[in-house]
Design a binder for this molecule. Structure first.
Ligand code: FAD
Length: 120
């Protein structure tokens, strides 16, 4: 079996922006690619909601669909308009997966995204 430190290091070095949140989408962890994509250092995002990435132009219905999927314990995949730390906008291809506690409830979320602006 893999040593736990290898899981941590593989996530840290993954070439996808990865964050782990509590069940309210408050960021607990962000990897190095998250900093490359968003411009934010981990200490600037930890404790803040993922909504800090929102460019505030994604239709409300998209977020409602996102949260109804997550509330049902299902993953959500889609595209969101995000804002980098420098204020510039990018199109994010986002995958959010619920992480379950031993009792079956959702305890955390795993968020993964990449910048697909140029692929548009
Ligand atoms: P919010 O106040 O968050 O509300 C929007 C809608 O979602 C409302 O209908 C509200 O009732 C519902 N809602 C919000 N929180 C919950 C909850 N905990 N349970 C059930 N329903 C809820 N957003 C982005 O814009 N860009 C991202 O890159 C991004 N990445 C995310 C990654 C992860 C792992 C998670 C869990 C969420 C991510 N989000 C992202 C969604 C983000 O948390 C916000 O919900 C979203 O940005 C809308 O923010 P808001 O302040 O406009 O609205």
């Amino acid at each position: 079996s893999l040593p736990p430190e290898l899981y941590r290091q593989a996530v840290e070095e993954a070439d996808l922006a990865i964050s782990i949140t509590d069940r309210h989408a408050n960021i607990l962890y962000a990897n190095a690619a998250f900093t490359r994509v968003t411009g934010y250092q981990p200490e600037q995002v930890i404790g803040h909601n993922e909504s800090m990435l929102s460019h505030r132009t994604t239709p409300r219905e998209v977020y409602q669909e996102l949260w109804s999927r997550l509330a049902a314990g299902q993953p959500w995949n889609g595209r969101l308009l995000n804002r980098r730390q420098d204020g510039s906008v990018y199109l994010a291809e986002v995958s959010i997966t619920p992480v379950h506690a031993p009792d079956g409830s959702v305890s955390h979320y795993l968020g993964m995204h990449r910048d697909v602006t140029t692929l548009r």
